[in-house]
Each structure stands twice: as structure tokens, then as C-alpha cells.
Write a protein that binds this ligand. Structure first.
Ligand SMILES: Nc1ncnc2c1ncn2[C@@H]1O[C@H](COP(=O)(O)OP(=O)(O)O)[C@@H](O)[C@H]1O
Ligand SMILES: [Mg+2]
Length: 565
């Protein structure tokens, strides 16, 4: 930054001597440097030679100054975008490390919009801040130099421009901040509108509801864009006003100087230096003003990004991906576990007490909304009980032991998330492609009854499944999900209605594959059909969050209506 200031000074610092030489070449004697330069190249110090030499020196100074300015500007942009990348990654990291409850209550649009806002912050806050810090130093240097050239004119210039910019900053601040709030809110609504449209595309196509969605999007987009236009105008336009004021000032000054007895020729160097100084000073002052305006114009996005950056991270020892699996030996015990999603919502799970021994096959049944998935999320430690205790091998499960516990669990939900990647990558989800154990992948696929299907595909395990697995049927997706869980080879396997999309025969075959797992593996199955639980040692029935029955499979009456989930 100080180099940039020096470069600015050098350019117009060289102007005054150059112009005065032009006006009166006899002054060469005042610049011994020029004389020795002329001697060095073997020239006489004639007028034309002097001017040529001065022009050359001036050109070299100008080129060096330009090079320094370009370098400083490159450095500025590079550090701006480096900081931007760090902020973006940090927001994403903090989001991914938030507990499951955070994600339940936060719309994904809010989070995606939050990441988009980091982009706004880079262009609208960090970049202006870095550039204006530079501009402050350069402005001060230019002002000092101008004061040296002509103190009165320079002070008038500096104070005048500063006052105009201050007045504009104060009067436009409220408007800029109001617009920034509207832009930030509409950013979230915009992402939400796009996600809703694409997420519900099947219904939109069937109902021909495109125009409704487009109109909704347009409303949001128009409001956002007109607020942006206003902010751009407010941030950029004072420049035009101040440029004309500057021109008038210079002309007035020229007129004033020409009235002096020495005439205009004496004044040319001063005028030249002032004109170039002002021409350099104005963009710097505009930059400083732009930064103040940008801070106001992006205040809301900045607040939102800072809030995301302030989200707590878990303690270091549970954050590392190298947490070891907990050595599950004996049992999981729930004592009076109650959970509610909101303080004012009813209990989703109420006073549940149970014991699951290692190696047990436990089935869960109950009507939709009876709390089966919530109970599973409590057991996995994704949710924490509102009251009551969960113990693993006699030790209470808490934030410190969650990670090690979760390493022992493979969970298959009813709707499995598939990434737009190959089947093998989806099975070894989250693993580095180079470290996928294909033999393990094949064995898991065989148990999940999906190996034959995969073999019929053109690229077998390297076939791409499309976004969210659109190129697969519901049943195929579910079996890939099962394979993913089996690939992990964990001590505990949880299937939450994971076979609901399979036909009876395939489901039976899948359950036989599960049954053939070692008796060391504990299996929890939430079933869509009661027959799925045939191999379970014990079946637990939930109703309105309560555990109402604990029975063996053959002790249950077959009641399809109440059992379907
Ligand atoms: N994310 C959530 N936020 C608020 N309430 C929820 C949420 N998920 C489930 N619930 C409520 O908790 C109860 C139990 O739901 P759930 O455990 O999903 O039932 P099941 O899996 O047996 O169908 C339901 O009343 C449901 O409305
Ligand atoms: Mg459920």
C-alpha cells in the first residue's frame, strides 16, 4: 500500500519539474541529475536534449509507477478472494458441524443463500475495504504532496471533496441499509423459490403450473434487482458530481493564477501538478466513499454471514474424522427417555425405557407418526433426549461420546440420498474414490440383493445414477442404500422402513441377507410390513410416542391396518 502511495506521488511529483522545464529549459542547472545523465550519454546540454532527457526520465517514472500500481492491485484482488474462499469454506464447515436439530429447523435455502452471501461479502465488503485502506494512504500522500505544491488550493480541494462525500454518505446511509435488508431477505426467498420449483417439477409439469412459479420468482427477483440498482447508483453516482466540481475548481484556479503579474506561464507547473493530483485524488476519495456506501449496502448480508461464522464448532476431539469406533460390548439402555421437537410441541417420544443387548434383532412397529424414527434418531445420538438417559455399555451417551458411538452405526432411512456419482461411490459414500474396496462393495451388494441388477448395467459399478439417483427406481435406490450400510460393516445396523419400496419376494431375500449377518451385529428394524420382522427376537410397538407393547413375533396378532407405517 505504501508502495502504491509512492508510485502515485512519483507520477505527478515528476509532472511539476517536467512542466517547468518545458516552460524554461534554462532551468536544467537546478537538476544536476539530468545534467550528469546527459553527460553520461555523451550529449550536450542543449535545450532540445534537456527536454528529451526530461521526457525520458518522466516516461520511465510513469512506467515504473504503473507497474507498482498493477502489482499492488493484483495483490489486493488476490488477498480479497483468498479471504473470500476462507470465509466460504468456514461457513460451510460450521454449517456441516451443526447438530442434527439445527438442520431440522433450518431451511436448506437459508443455508445456500448464506453461502451465496459470502460471495456478496467478497465483492461488496472485503474488496472495497482492502481497496479503500489503500486509497486512504494514497489520498493522504497525494494531499501532502499537493499541499507542498500549493497549500491553499490543496487544502480547499481536500476539505471541499471530503465534505461533499461525507454529506452524501450520511444522507444515503438509511436508504442503503434498508435496501440491503431487502436484498438479503430476497436472496433466501429466491433460492427457496428455485428449490421449490425444481423439487416439485413433477407436479408443476402435470398441473401446468409453470407460470405461477415463474411469477413468484419474478416478484422476488424484480424487488431484489431494483434495490440493487438503487444501491449501485447511490454508491457510484457522486463521482460525476464531484468530477464536475473538480473541473470548475481547476478552471477557477487557472483564472485566478492568470491574474497574477507573473502570468500563466509561471502557473502552468502548479496547475499541471494540481490537475493531475486532483485527477488521482478523486478516484481514491470515491473509493473510500464507495467502501462506506458498500458497508451500508451490504450490512444485512454481512450480519447474516457473521452469524453463520459465529455458530459454535464442537470440541476438537469430537471434530476429527479419525475418532475411533466405540467398542460396543454389551447393551444399549434407555431410561425414561422423552423427546419433543419444540418446547411447545407435544412429546414425539414419551417415557420410553428399554434394553437392547448386543446381537439382538429388534423390530419396531406402530402407526405413522407414532415416534419410531424419532426413537431411532435418539438411539443414534442424532437427537438428544429432552429428559431421560441413554446408556451404552453402562456409560451415558453425551456430546463427547456421540462421535465414537455413531461410528458403530449404519443407518438406512426410508428415502436414501444418492449423490450424482457412480454406484460404487454411492455405496462407499464419503470415501475417497481411490480407497474403495470393490470386493467389499460386491459382497454388500449381494446381501442387499442388488448385485444382479448392477451387473446388467452398461458400466456396472461405474454407472452414474443421476442427481439424487433419478435414473434408478425407488426399490433400486433403497437397495443401494442398504448396500451402503452393509459396506460400512458396523456393529449396529438400523433399517428405518428401508425395504418399504421392495416387493414381497425381494424384501424377503433382503431380510434373509440381513439375517445371515454375524450374530455380533445388532439389528434394529422399523418395518413397513409386520412380516418383515419375522426374524426379530423381539418386537416393540409404539403408539403416540409411548412404548405400548414388547412381544415376540409369533405372539403378535396380524393387524395390517394399524401396523402400516
Ligand atoms: N422435524 C420434525 N419437526 C417437528 N416435529 C416432527 C419432526 N419430525 C417428526 N415430528 C413429529 O414427531 C412425531 C413422530 O414422528 P416420527 O418419529 O417421524 O414418526 P414415525 O417414524 O413413527 O412415522 C410426529 O408427530 C411428527 O409430526
Ligand atoms: Mg418414520
Amino acid at each position: 500500500m505504501f508502495c502504491a502511495a509512492a508510485a502515485e506521488l512519483a507520477t505527478f511529483g515528476a509532472v511539476a519539474p517536467f512542466l517547468s522545464l518545458l516552460a524554461d529549459p534554462a532551468q536544467t542547472s537546478r537538476y544536476p541529475f539530468l545534467q550528469s545523465l546527459l553527460h553520461a550519454i555523451g550529449r550536450q546540454s542543449g535545450d532540445a536534449d534537456v527536454i528529451l532527457a526530461a521526457a525520458t526520465v518522466f516516461a520511465i517514472v510513469a512506467m515504473c509507477a504503473a507497474a507498482v500500481r498493477m502489482f499492488v492491485s493484483w495483490l489486493g484482488f488476490k488477498s480479497t478472494f483468498d479471504i473470500g474462499a476462507d470465509i466460504g469454506a468456514e461457513v460451510y464447515r460450521r454449517t456441516l458441524y451443526q447438530p442434527y436439530k439445527f438442520h431440522i429447523f433450518h431451511n436448506t435455502s437459508e443455508i445456500i443463500a448464506g453461502l451465496n452471501k459470502t460471495q456478496t461479502i467478497v465483492a461488496g465488503v472485503i474488496s472495497p475495504l482492502i481497496q479503500s485502506a489503500n486509497a486512504v494512504i494514497v489520498s493522504v500522500a497525494i494531499l501532502i504532496a499537493l499541499i507542498y505544491v500549493d497549500a491553499v488550493a490543496a487544502t480547499l480541494c481536500g476539505v471541499g471533496f471530503t465534505l461533499i462525500y461525507l454529506a452524501v454518505t450520511v444522507t444515503t446511509g438509511v436508504r442503503l441499509r434498508a435496501n440491503s435488508k431487502m436484498i438479503a431477505e430476497n436472496e433466501v426467498r429466491r433460492v427457496q423459490a428455485v428449490q421449490e420449483g425444481l423439487g416439485g417439477i413433477r407436479d408443476i409439469l402435470l398441473d401446468g403450473a409453470q407460470e405461477v412459479y415463474i411469477a413468484r420468482f419474478m416478484d422476488i427477483e424484480r424487488a431484489r434487482r431494483s434495490a440493487q440498482a438503487a444501491n449501485y447508483f447511490i454508491s457510484g453516482s457522486p463521482r460525476h458530481l464531484i468530477e464536475s466540481v473538480g473541473m470548475i475548481l481547476i478552471v477557477a484556479l487557472a483564472y485566478w493564477l492568470s491574474l497574477r503579474p507573473s502570468g500563466l506561464s509561471e502557473a502552468v507547473p502548479v496547475l499541471g501538478a494540481l490537475a493531475i493530483g486532483a485527477q488521482r485524488l478523486l478516484p481514491q476519495m470515491q473509493m473510500i466513499y464507495f467502501c462506506c456506501a458498500a458497508l451500508n449496502a451490504n450490512a444485512s448480508s454481512l450480519t447474516d454471514v457473521v452469524a453463520l461464522l459465529e455458530k459454535p464448532l464442537p470440541e476438537n476431539d469430537t471434530m476429527s474424522s479419525s475418532v475411533d469406533r466405540l467398542d460396543f460390548k454389551s447393551d444399549i439402555i434407555l431410561r425414561d427417555v422423552t423427546f419433543r421437537y419444540h418446547d411447545d410441541s407435544p412429546d414425539a417420544v414419551r417415557n420410553v425405557s428399554l434394553r437392547i443387548r448386543r446381537g439382538d434383532r429388534v423390530g419396531f412397529i406402530g402407526a405413522t407418526g407414532s415416534g419410531k424414527s424419532t426413537l431411532i434418531d435418539l438411539i443414534t445420538g442424532l437427537l438428544e433426549p429432552t429428559s431421560g438417559v441413554i446408556e451404552v455399555d453402562g456409560r451415558r451417551l453425551g456430546p463427547k461420546s456421540h462421535k465414537a458411538w455413531q461410528r458403530c452405526i449404519a443407518h438406512v432411512p426410508q428415502s436414501i440420498y444418492l449423490a450424482d456419482a457412480t454406484i460404487a461411490e454411492n455405496i462407499a459414500f464419503g470415501a475417497d474414490v481411490r480407497h474403495i474396496d470393490m470386493e467389499r462393495v460386491r459382497m454388500a451388494a449381494k446381501k442387499a440383493q442388488v448385485d444382479e441388477f448392477i451387473d446388467t448395467l452398461p458400466n456396472q459399478y461405474q454407472t452414474l445414477v443421476g442427481e439424487r439417483g433419478v435414473r434408478l427406481s425407488g426399490g433400486q435406490r433403497q437397495r443401494i442404500g442398504l448396500t451402503r450400510a452393509l459396506y460400512k460393516q458396523t456393529d449396529i445396523l438400523i433399517l428405518d422402513e428401508a425395504t418399504s419400496a421392495l416387493d414381497d419376494a425381494t424384501e424377503n431375500a433382503v431380510m434373509r441377507g440381513i439375517e445371515s449377518l454375524s450374530r455380533d451385529v445388532t439389528v434394529l428394524v422399523v418395518a413397513h410390513r409386520i412380516s418383515t420382522l419375522r426374524d426379530c427376537d423381539i418386537v416393540l410397538e409404539l403408539k403416540d410416542g409411548h412404548l405400548v407393547r414388547e412381544a415376540r413375533y409369533h405372539e403378535l396378532d396380524y393387524r395390517p391396518s394399524s401396523m402400516s407405517a
